[in-house]
Design a protein around this ligand. Structure first.
Ligand code: ADP
Length: 204
């Protein structure tokens, strides 16, 4: 099986990965897949749904093997349904891989062409965004201050090291405190050439 050509949106909770991913996903030639959205779409009464609720409500990560297996099934289903066309679309991944082990497991499925690192040095600003999101999006994992702080800690301890798994020349840093339009502009500067280089043969 050939590897899915991918770009990773990388950053702390509240850095805007989901916002940018959703915008990019509207552009033909890009397919956005958010691991958090995939988990949230699962029936909470199913076995996997219960596992997800148990971990996410504490601000913890779902175990690696379960996560990657589930992700692989879902993306395969999307390609069977022709929502995601691997020969036409650059896959924009948001929220996976989130641990070094996940990065290793994902090497079986994806070829990472670029990583956009949405960086922010202002922790309080990020917390503020998460609190606002909790009010708007009815997210149980954003509502509690302790859970928010725990997710930040998990990010620093488990997710940030994922960057070491990839060659540094693939990683591009973008300031996540800009406006959505500014950030989108910076990301497009990076991903447009990649999309053209790898998928030009299939475009219009
Ligand atoms: P955020 O956008 O704040 O980073 P997500 O929507 O990506 O949050 O994820 C919400 C929750 O779903 C996480 O706190 C975690 O419990 C679970 N989750 C999402 N992606 C993964 C992953 N790659 N590995 C393990 N757990 C995950």
């Amino acid at each position: 099986m050939s590897l899915y050509k991918s770009m990773l949106l990388f950053g702390a909770p509240g850095s805007g990965k989901g916002t940018q991913g959703a915008i990019l996903g509207r552009i033909p030639g890009f397919y956005h897949c958010s691991c958090g959205d995939v988990f949230r779409s699962i029936d909470l009464h199913s076995d996997l749904g219960k596992v997800f609720y148990e971990y996410s409500s504490r601000g913890e990560l779902v175990p690696d093997e379960v996560t990657v297996q589930m992700w692989a099934k879902v993306i395969h289903a999307h390609s069977v349904l022709s929502q995601y066309k691997p020969h036409v679309d650059l896959l924009i991944l948001d929220g996976i891989p989130r641990t070094l082990r996940q990065a290793e497991l994902m090497d079986e499925h994806i070829e990472v062409l670029k990583i956009v690192h949405l960086e922010c040095d202002n922790e309080e600003e990020m917390f503020d965004r998460l609190r606002k999101r909790a009010l708007k999006a009815n997210r149980h994992d954003d509502a509690d201050e302790r859970v928010i702080r725990n997710r930040w800690k998990v990010y620093e301890e488990e997710t940030a090291p994922v960057l070491d798994h990839y060659p540094s020349e693939k990683i591009i840093s973008v300031n996540s405190l800009g406006s959505p339009a500014e950030i989108l502009h910076d990301i497009l500067e990076v991903v447009t050439p990649i999309q053209q280089e790898h998928f030009a043969a299939f475009s219009g």
